[in-house]
Each structure stands twice: as structure tokens, then as C-alpha cells.
Design a protein around this ligand. Structure first.
Ligand code: SF4
Length: 478
């Protein structure tokens, strides 16, 4: 052992010789006296962490023993896919469905499930088919993988497939196929450590969450106003139905309290009414020939009145995105609520959208216009998320966006948001997907500036349809 090592050791006090501390040893809980069964996965992780601690300037205080506990707990009945999730970072905008998205550079700090277990969740639909969803619990990501990516890009000159994107500080979207702010993070603390890492590398990010955990003081303390924006997903404030449709998520009331707290603390905070659910069957507001046998059904879930509740929470912005539901999601929702939600959708539209349950463009536009009208009255920004609704919607509804440079409405509000993933070339995007899954597009179309009038094709006389014809229903005026 070198002299240098001895210098690092604390001086003995009262003749008690302290246990030697290695400068680069990752933080772990004190081991039990009882010998533990072998934990090869944890051993590998802790070994990697020790190497990173020596190399990187980032001082990590993460307690890696959470991985050991997980490995021990599931030794007899292994978790499908293993106890850690790999590949936490993704770039998803080579696909036709999200190639114009400004925040398609994504990260999840948990994977293969989500305790919120929303019945309409697309990740749940996708992963359940392959037997990975909550089987039996969501797992934390391998934190070392994230640390290595940031270390390589920002502390070395070594090759990294992420370098070009990250050096340009394309903001990360936190929470995509899971929710990084599930309450299980108070135990695992992977998201907590990740927030510290983002602060250290001064990396911009937007959080999308169904949870109120982000409003807890210890989490707020980890956020930086110049780096982050927070978007609360709240499709409805009807907490009776929320319990059935989002069984594991905190109530909307709690999410709004968290939103208020963050907003009042000066963080740029928005509410996503996404997925927005129909209130009446398709065509009720805009189709002059709308007919229904008997009483027209009303779904008391998403509502226009939500705008007032959001405004009362001091949040400054609403992002709406009409739902598009797979047959899997529709079955889940029907089972959970005992209501047949299919009756709200018309068959021609379902057929057109390749069997996804989807509203007509005209009716969707009515909902957006009505929300915007109410937002204007309450001095709220309004914007529309096109994901799930087809690329045309990205161009068609730009006239409704309060912020013409950003459909998530973050640019100009959060200082570090200067770039976005639309700037990444298609060739670059292909590095992160296969040619098979990527949709070739005209590269020029990607970089067409936002809000250029010639790209916005207004829908046919929507305003007349929704306002002028007395045979068409309208919500009571404010
Ligand atoms: S919170 Fe998000 S990821 Fe989790 S189940 Fe709901 S929709 Fe899916």
C-alpha cells in the first residue's frame, strides 16, 4: 500500500482505528454481518462505478446497494429482462409519427413498466405484448450507462454516438416509456442522482410526469430554473375516473398542488391535457348531420372547465393533445371503467387511422379552439402536441400555438432551451434507429422554420362549422 493511501485515511481518535476509506470507493450501505449470497450483477455495477469515480469530475453519492437489494430480492424468481434496464437514452424522431417533435431526445430512469399503470398507456400496450410490463415491477436503469455517456461526451475527446447531439445541448425529455417520478424513486433515488448529474453538466431537460413527487421539497431542491421545465400530465381532474383509468398515479388534485408549488417557486410549469378524451361522440360539436338514437352519451373525464382549475393553480401554460387509442388500450379502459368508450368514436375514423380509435380532424380542432378561447380568458398560454395525431397536425394547428417557435412552449421561458431535436439531420437520426424502422423524409421538410404560413393549411371553415350553424351543439358560453 502506498504512502499516499495512508495519507487519505482519517487520523485515529481515542485509539480507535477507523475502517480504511478508498478515495474512489462508491458509497454503499454498511454490509450485514451475515455473509450475503453472491450478487454478480451488483458486483459488476459497483466495479464500473469505482472506475467512473476515479475518472470523472462528477462526484457521485449514489447508493449502489439498491441494485444489490434488488438482485437478492429477485434471486429465486428473476425479473424478466434482468434487474436493471439498459439503453436509457433514445432519439426517436426518425419515425414518421414524431419526426417534427422538438423534444424527441428522450431518457427514462426506470423501465419495463410504470407503477401508475395507466390503462391508455402506449408503453404498457407495447411492453405487455412482449411480457415485460411490470413483470413484476419497473426496474431502475443502469446509472453507470448514463454517467459514462455524459463523462465521455463532456470530459473526454473519445468517440461517442451521442457527442454531436449532446454538445449542442439538445434538451432531454425525461419520462417516455415510464415515469421517472414514480414514488418508488424515494427508495431507489436513481432520478435524484440523474438530476444532480444534469446540473453538474448544465444540461437542459423537460420533465413529463403523472406524479406529484417532483413537488416535494427535496426534489425541488435538485431542480434548476435555468435548465428545466416541468409538464404535468393531467388528462382530467375527475379523480373518481382517474382512479380507474390511472390506478397507480397520484390524484389530479395532488398533481395540481405540486404544479402550483413549482410554478410559484418560479419554475416554468405546464399542464398537459394529454391524452385528451372526447366529451361527446365524434361530430357532436361540428357535424351538422349528427344524429344519435336516444340520449347522447357524455364522458365526464376531460373537460373544458379544466382550464379554470389549471389557471387557479398558477400554471401558465396548457398543452393539449387529443388521444388516439389502440384496441389494447380501449379494452383496458372498458374493463377498468365498465363503460364502452368505443361509442364515442365513429367507425370511418377508426378505419382511417388503421384501427386506432381516433377523432375526426374537424372535431379535434373544435376542442382545441374551445380550450384556447378559455385559455385566452384566463391569460394562459395554449399549445398543441401533435404526437399521435399525424404530422399534418403539426403544421395545421400552429396558428393555435401561443409560442410560434416551440409547440411545447419552453423556448424563451427557460434560458438554456436554445436548440431542439428538429435540428438533427436525418442522417444523424438514422444512427439511432434502423433503416427498417425509420421513415425516409424529405430532409428539407425537417428544417422548415415554424409558423411559415405556406405550410399551414387551414382546415375547411372550421370556425363557421363550430360557431355559425345552429344545428350544431355548443358548450355554454363562459
Ligand atoms: S405515467 Fe406515463 S408511462 Fe406511466 S403508465 Fe401512465 S402513461 Fe404510461
Amino acid at each position: 500500500m502506498s504512502d499516499h493511501f495512508h495519507e487519505l485515511q482519517p487520523k485515529p481518535k481515542n485509539n480507535i482505528i477507523p475502517f480504511p476509506i478508498l478515495a474512489s470507493e462508491p458509497k454503499t450501505k454498511r454490509a450485514n454481518d451475515k455473509p450475503l449470497p453472491p450478487t454478480p450483477i451488483y458486483d459488476e455495477l459497483i466495479g464500473e462505478a469505482a472506475k467512473l469515480n476515479k475518472l470523472s469530475k462528477y462526484r457521485c453519492d449514489f447508493d449502489y446497494t439498491v441494485y444489490r437489494d434488488l438482485e437478492l430480492r429477485y434471486k429465486q424468481s428473476p425479473i424478466r429482462g434482468g434487474i436493471v434496464k439498459s439503453n436509457p437514452i433514445k432519439l426517436v424522431n426518425s419515425h414518421a409519427t414524431c419526426q417534427q417533435c422538438l423534444y424527441a431526445f428522450e431518457i427514462d430512469t426506470y423501465g419495463r413498466g410504470c407503477t401508475h399503470n395507466c390503462t391508455y398507456c402506449y408503453a404498457k400496450a407495447e411492453l405487455t405484448v412482449h411480457g415485460y410490463w411490470n413483470n413484476p415491477i419497473p426496474v431502475p436503469v443502469d446509472l453507470n450507462e448514463i454517467r459514462k455517456i455524459f463523462y465521455t461526451v463532456f470530459e473526454t475527446k473519445k468517440a461517442s454516438k451521442w457527442r454531436e447531439i449532446m454538445e449542442r445541448k439538445i434538451p432531454l425529455r425525461v419520462g417516455c416509456m415510464s415515469d421517472s417520478f414514480m414514488w418508488m424513486d424515494t427508495k431507489y433515488k436513481v432520478t435524484q442522482e440523474f438530476l444532480k448529474l444534469l446540473n453538474f453538466y448544465q444540461y437542459p431537460y423537460t420533465i413529463i410526469t403523472h406524479s406529484d413527487l417532483i413537488g416535494r421539497d427535496d426534489y425541488i431542491a435538485l431542480l434548476r430554473k435555468d435548465l428545466c421545465s416541468v409538464q404535468f400530465s393531467i388528462p382530467s381532474t375527475n379523480d373518481g375516473l382517474n382512479k380507474l383509468l390511472e390506478p397507480g398515479a397520484p390524484s389530479a388534485k395532488r398533481r395540481l398542488v405540486a404544479a402550483k408549488k413549482l410554478s410559484q417557486a418560479g419554475f416554468w410549469t405546464a399542464v398537459r391535457i394529454n391524452p385528451m378524451f372526447p366529451i361527446y361522440p365524434d361530430g357532436y360539436f361540428t357535424n351538422p348531420n349528427f344524429k344519435w338514437d336516444g340520449a347522447v352519451p357524455k364522458l365526464e373525464y376531460s373537460s373544458f372547465e379544466m382550464v379554470d382549475e389549471v389557471a387557479d393553480s398558477s400554471c401558465k401554460s396548457i398543452i393539449a393533445g387529443f388521444g388516439r387509442f389502440s384496441a389494447f388500450a380501449m379494452n383496458n379502459m372498458t374493463r377498468a371503467t365498465g363503460m364502452d368508450l368505443r361509442q364515442f368514436f365513429n367507425k370511418a375514423e377508426v378505419y382511417k387511422s388503421r384501427r386506432d380509435y381516433h377523432f375526426s380532424e374537424t372535431e379535434i380542432r373544435y376542442y382545441y379552439e374551445e380550450l384556447k378561447r378559455r385559455c385566452n380568458k384566463r391569460d394562459l398560454d395554449f399549445t398543441v402536441c401533435y404526437i399521435g395525431n399525424g404530422e399534418d397536425q403539426f403544421w395545421k394547428h400552429q396558428d393555435l400555438w401561443s409560442n410560434k417557435t416551440d409547440c411545447c412552449n419552453i423556448k424563451g421561458k427557460v434560458r438554456s432551451f436554445e436548440t431542439d431535436s428538429r435540428e438533427i439531420s436525418f442522417e444523424q437520426r438514422l444512427k439511432f434507429s434502423t433503416k427498417k424502422t425509420a421513415t425516409p423524409i424529405d430532409p428539407d421538410r425537417l428544417h422548415v422554420p415554424l409558423d411559415t404560413r405556406e405550410n399551414i393549411k387551414p382546415l375547411n371553415s372550421l370556425s363557421q362549422l363550430s360557431k355559425g350553424d345552429s344545428s350544431i351543439h355548443s358548450e355554454p358560453p363562459l
